[in-house]
Design a protein around this ligand. Structure first.
Ligand code: ADP
Ligand code: ADP
Length: 224
């Protein structure tokens, strides 16, 4: 069955209908690209799936539990323990070193500093940024920063990685490298991925594509 599923999602912001009956499903370990033009509702769909935004109507079910039936604290705990996030801009903490950034979610989950930094370095090795551990985010390139953000997102071993335009700020060469390493690391970690992108060459790294248009979603047959 589905690990994460949504049906009939509707979300209105004032005069704007962001979602108008969107549906979605994700199987364990699957990489699904959510495509569509700017403003079509992709990010709103991702935020509903992750329990960050509450839809006006419709359901989101994670591992048999309906998110709307949970408390804010319950959804928050679910995000911390089961989900990982990568955004367009790494959102690394500028005052911390890169290895401290990757270790941070583990520290917040109660892992000792020593163990968290050991795990962080091993994830950074997989993302080929282990040599940047002692640098601060301001001293690394955009592509390196995104690879560090991916290491941070996977270090807690989430079952779902949410990636919202993870290569949106990168040139195509760096973007492809981030996608290669992100998908390889997610697959080896057994994490499913919800990948929001408007770029076909980024979506090509997925197993399946869902297209959102005017707040409605549909599954796409791969044309190639
Ligand atoms: P996409 O990710 O495909 O660019 P979004 O989900 O961000 O689309 O946005 C869908 C529509 O909803 C857009 O018209 C956007 O301006 C609007 N929208 C999204 N979030 C908000 C918000 N917090 N407040 C008001 N309007 C929003
Ligand atoms: P962009 O739209 O340029 O990709 P962001 O990646 O910063 O910008 O934000 C994407 C969406 O995530 C926006 O709709 C914004 O409202 C929402 N957002 C930004 N920060 C947070 C946050 N800390 N928690 C939840 N939602 C957020």
């Amino acid at each position: 069955g589905s690990l994460l599923a949504a049906a009939d999602l509707r979300k209105v912001y004032g005069p704007t209908t962001a979602l108008d009956g969107a549906a979605f499903s994700l199987h364990p370990g699957e990489i699904v690209a959510v495509m569509g033009p700017s403003g079509s509702g992709k990010s709103t769909l991702l935020h509903c799936l992750a329990g960050i935004v509450t839809p006006d109507s419709g359901t989101v079910t994670y591992d048999g539990r309906e998110l709307s039936a949970m408390t804010d604290a319950g959804r928050s705990a679910l995000r911390r323990s089961e989900f990982g996030f990568v955004f367009q801009f790494g959102r690394l903490v500028p005052e911390l070193t890169c290895v401290e950034n990757v270790a941070l979610p583990l520290r917040l989950n109660g892992t000792s500093r020593r163990e968290a930094e050991r795990a962080a370095l091993s994830w950074m090795e997989r993302l080929e940024v282990a040599d940047l551990g002692r640098k601060r985010p301001g001293e690394v390139s955009g592509g390196q920063g995104q690879r560090i953000a991916v290491a941070r997102a996977l270090a807690t071993r989430p079952r779902v990685l949410f990636a919202d335009e993870p290569t949106g700020a990168l040139d195509s060469l760096n973007g492809e490298r981030v996608m290669e390493l992100l998908t390889e690391a997610a697959r080896s970690a057994g994490a499913a991925v919800v990948l929001v992108t408007h770029e076909a060459r980024v979506a090509a790294y997925s197993d399946r594509e869902v297209v959102v248009r005017d707040g409605r979603s549909r599954d796409m047959e791969r044309l190639v």
